[in-house]
Design a protein around this ligand. Structure first.
Ligand SMILES: Nc1nc2c(ncn2[C@@H]2O[C@H](COP(=O)(O)OP(=O)(O)OP(=O)(O)O)[C@@H](O)[C@H]2O)c(=O)[nH]1
Ligand SMILES: [Mg+2]
Length: 406
């Protein structure tokens, strides 16, 4: 096939960082990053990162990516392999969306558009309903998340499901991550031909990792995985980011003492559609029951998120498998209720919008911070603000003026 033009929806590749402290309404990007003004890490942008003159709304359709022969062949090979369910093609496609290379990022977007179109087709033949179920699992470190996913995952593959496990690891943004450990813990699931486990990328910002996880979900669904489980450790903001990308958010709580549970944020309990008290076996059954009662009463006091579902608290053990089928039954009941009320589809639509706006915010902020006039004016104004010479509001106005007027 010769060269041909493909429309790209994204005009600029995203900057390689996010900025903490930025008044961001989207939890996807509120969280930590590897740097911020002042002295933040700015990776020099590739040529396509430069603002392009005249890219108005009408110019979007003219934003065209010409693919070379080898690029076209690569995308055809990945797409063909992916939709026929080949794990190697799925893995390679996820690597492509994780790349920082500007050109490869563009290719990844072309692939994603194709996969999205394929998925839309599948959905329309499914009566407009999503074909896959996305579940986020979060909880404190060591809560038993990976062990739970291993047991539930195996149960689901034995019932004929195809299960993908993705991870959002906030530690990957600072320490290179710990998910190798996770993969070895899911020993049986990682050998299962109907399961696909993908650790979080070993580096990047939380914003970057969550973006690629969102895109990896799309790719997994294109490859025929009908259940996508996203694991994250409940530290920082990663759990909010995961809650924003899934159909159902499950909080896993270990039967530990009060102190350990102090760290669980009220905000995240509010987001939970299901709370699973883990490790409910042996000596831990009694504390697990206590925690179940505590959380059941706590949830009653919280605002209801959904018209068609009341959050529940259940106990399970990955060691004995007790409670595991019941947990899945609750998840399936949630899915059925949310699908038939249309809330699940509505949630997905809202998430798409949140995701788009978070990308815009990240991108616009990056352009603002790297704008020559802003960079020139910023240090002096910052000093004045910290010394109390001018108000933060005035400094912000002056910077925005410098940005918009030049
Ligand atoms: N008694 C008991 N212990 C469990 C159970 N599930 C997990 N554990 C133990 O709890 C510890 C943590 O389990 P993981 O599954 O790795 O927990 P995790 O939440 O994925 O941990 P991180 O990813 O490191 O945050 C391990 O030592 C497990 O053996 C269970 O059902 N019962
Ligand atoms: Mg784990």
């Amino acid at each position: 096939m010769g060269r041909f033009a493909v429309r790209l929806l994204r005009l600029f590749p995203r900057p390689p960082f996010t900025v903490p402290g930025f008044a961001n309404t989207c939890p996807l990007h509120q969280a930590g990053s590897t740097g911020a003004l002042p002295g933040h890490r700015i990776t020099p942008p590739g040529p396509s990162c430069l603002p392009r003159k005249g890219l108005s709304g009408t110019a979007v359709g003219q934003h065209v990516l010409d693919l070379s022969g080898p690029e076209q062949r690569l995308l055809d090979k990945l797409y063909g392999g992916l939709i026929s369910g080949q794990r190697a093609s799925l893995a390679e496609s996820i690597t492509l969306v994780e790349t920082q290379h500007p050109r490869k990022k563009e290719l990844a977007q072309v692939l994603l558009q194709k996969v999205l179109a394929f998925r839309r087709q599948q959905e329309s033949s499914n009566g407009g309903k999503p074909v896959a179920f996305r579940v986020g699992l979060s909880g404190p470190p060591g809560a038993g998340k990976s062990s739970f996913i291993e047991v539930v995952g195996k149960m689901l593959t034995s019932q004929g499901h195809k299960v993908a496990v993705l991870a959002v690891d906030p530690s990957s943004c600072t320490t290179g991550g710990s998910l190798l450990g996770d993969k070895t813990r899911m020993t049986e699931l990682s050998r299962d031909m109907n399961a696909f486990i993908r650790p979080s990328p070993a580096s990047g910002t939380l914003g970057g990792v969550t973006r690629t996880t969102n895109e990896a979900i799309v790719l997994c669904e294109g490859a025929g995985y009908d259940i996508v489980l996203v694991e994250t450790v409940g530290v920082g903001q990663s759990e909010f980011a995961v809650a924003d990308m899934v159909d159902m958010f499950v909080l896993l709580i270990p039967p530990a003492g009060g102190d350990e549970l102090q760290g669980i944020k009220r905000g995240i309990i509010e987001r939970a559609d299901l709370v699973v008290v883990t490790k409910s076996d042996g000596d831990l059954v009694v504390p697990a029951r206590r925690i179940q009662t505590e959380y059941t009463s706590a949830l009653k006091l919280l605002r209801r998120q959904s018209k068609s579902w009341n959050p529940k608290v259940v106990r399970a053990s990955s060691y004995t498998s007790e409670g595991i089928p019941e947990v899945w039954a609750k998840m399936a009941a949630y899915r059925d209720a949310m699908l038939s009320s249309g809330e699940l589809q509505g949630r997905r639509r809202a998430q798409q919008k949140v995701w788009m706006w978070s990308l815009i915010q990240e991108n616009v902020l990056w352009h603002f911070q790297t704008h020559p006039s802003v960079r020139e004016t910023l240090p002096g104004l910052e000093q004045k603000v910290t010394r109390g010479v001018i108000s933060p509001g005035l400094a912000a106005d002056l910077l925005l003026k410098a940005f918009t007027e030049s």
